[in-house]
Design a protein around this ligand. Structure first.
Ligand SMILES: *Cc1c(COP(=O)(O)O)cnc(C)c1O
Length: 396
């Protein structure tokens, strides 16, 4: 790896210089008002990014995986049933965690490359007349396959089935990069991490909680200590923390949410869409295709590129790292070797993306892929030329 090259993995993402500097600060007494001055704007900014007015934000020194654990242990009891679709490594790992916590997971097996199946979710809820299902778990952006799911559609399905289950959404690789409407979609818990759309180092689990999720704590009996929302709420009310907060990361988060809001969230999402679309044009020019089964499922933060028969996608990632000092993502689980992943989220520009596409082409040419150097780059250039400045116009 070269520290000069941007990374094209779907997290951790490139850290803007101003955010790195914001994380680097002297020790602050977290029981002093100085901490509250760092903490309050970070929380307010996260609320805006999550799209919530009614919800509250909790920040743990952890990662997205810790956020999943906090979501389930604060709201559920041993033996409770949750409903989840499995269609990639991250949806799989959340299911695995629930099972290890003694929850009964009703699993809807879904082919990798598809999204959360709204119709099947609705049918499962409609069949659950006794309301055993306490929560529906949905991975908004399946980072293993580059597939986005229709969270608004899942909420509508839950409402049509008049089912009282809570809706928990893993937004680790979507929040801050793709539209997310916590209140609008009726999300009860939204889980994010610091090192993806928020452009920070790993180290914070970022959660949004609805009033319904907060109320579920009254009866939830799964054990929790470090991740107890109540302890956090009590300390927040006093302007502090139940233990030592990651002050530098929280200061970085305040800067990150300010950057996102200065750019304008709509422009941030438009930029991600434009960069992603350039990547997809490049892939089509190579005669290849994304793992996502249809265009409505295409993720604007990561694309899993299906490699031709007889090739191993992991080799592309190896050559990129060893020969060109650039990072792409390997295929995980069922699609290991069958894809390589291009992460295109966080602090990225069209020009940075072109460098990634050019390098991917060199790696594939080195490995004897049937591609012509420059074809993918030209397709992306063409798209970026025609759409550059779109975001700036939208802001005007
Ligand atoms: C990265 C990721 C996670 C795991 O987050 P960590 O911060 O690595 O614990 C969970 N879900 C999705 C969708 C992810 O992309």
């Amino acid at each position: 790896m070269s520290y000069q090259n941007p990374v094209f993995i779907p997290g951790p993402t490139n850290i803007p210089e101003v955010i790195r500097k914001a994380c680097d600060m002297p020790t602050v007494d977290h029981r002093s008002p100085a901490f509250a001055r760092v903490f309050k704007p970070a929380v307010a900014g996260v609320k805006a990014v999550l799209g919530t007015r009614d919800g509250e934000v909790i920040l743990f020194p952890s990662t997205g995986t810790g956020g999943w654990e906090a979501a389930i242990t604060n709201t559920l009891s041993p033996g409770d049933t949750v409903l989840a679709a499995r269609f990639g490594m991250f949806s799989h790992r959340w299911i695995d965690m629930c099972q290890r916590h003694g929850l009964n997971v009703e699993i809807i097996e879904t082919p990798w490359g598809q999204g959360a199946p709204v119709t099947a979710i609705e049918a499962a809820l409609a069949a659950d007349s006794g309301h055993r299902i306490k929560a529906v778990l949905a991975t908004h952006n399946e980072t293993a396959t580059g597939v986005k799911s229709d969270i608004a559609g899942i909420r509508k399905a839950m409402d049509r089935a008049t089912h009282p289950a809570m809706l928990f959404v893993d937004g680790v690789s979507s929040i801050g990069s793709m539209p997310f409407e916590m209140d609008g979609w009726g999300v009860d818990i939204a889980v994010a991490g610091s090192q993806k759309g928020f452009m920070l180092p790993a180290g914070l689990a970022i959660l949004g909680l609805s009033p319904k999720a907060v109320a579920a704590m009254d009866t939830a009996r799964l054990p929790r200590t470090f991740f107890d929302f109540r302890d956090m709420q009590k300390s927040y009310a006093a302007g502090g923390y139940p233990y030592t907060p990651a002050v530098g990361l929280i200061n970085g988060l305040a800067t990150a949410v300010q950057m996102l809001q200065d750019e304008g969230l709509a422009n941030v999402y438009a930029r991600h869409h434009r960069i992603a679309e350039g990547v997809r044009r490049a892939i089509a020019a190579w005669g290849m295709r994304p793992c996502a089964a249809s265009s409505d499922l295409y993720s604007d933060t990561v694309t899993a590129v299906v490699v031709p028969e007889g090739f191993n996608g992991t080799d592309v990632v190896k050559v990129a790292a060893e020969k060109y000092g650039m990072a792409f993502g390997v295929g995980l689980g069922e699609v290991a070797g069958k894809v390589f992943r291009i992460g295109h989220l966080g602090s990225l520009t069209d020009a940075m993306m072109l460098s990634g596409l050019a390098t991917a082409e060199m790696c594939m040419a080195d490995l004897g892929y049937p591609i012509t150097l420059g074809t993918g780059v030209a397709a992306a250039q063409d798209y970026y030329r025609k759409n550059a400045g779109e975001a700036a116009k939208a802001a005007a």
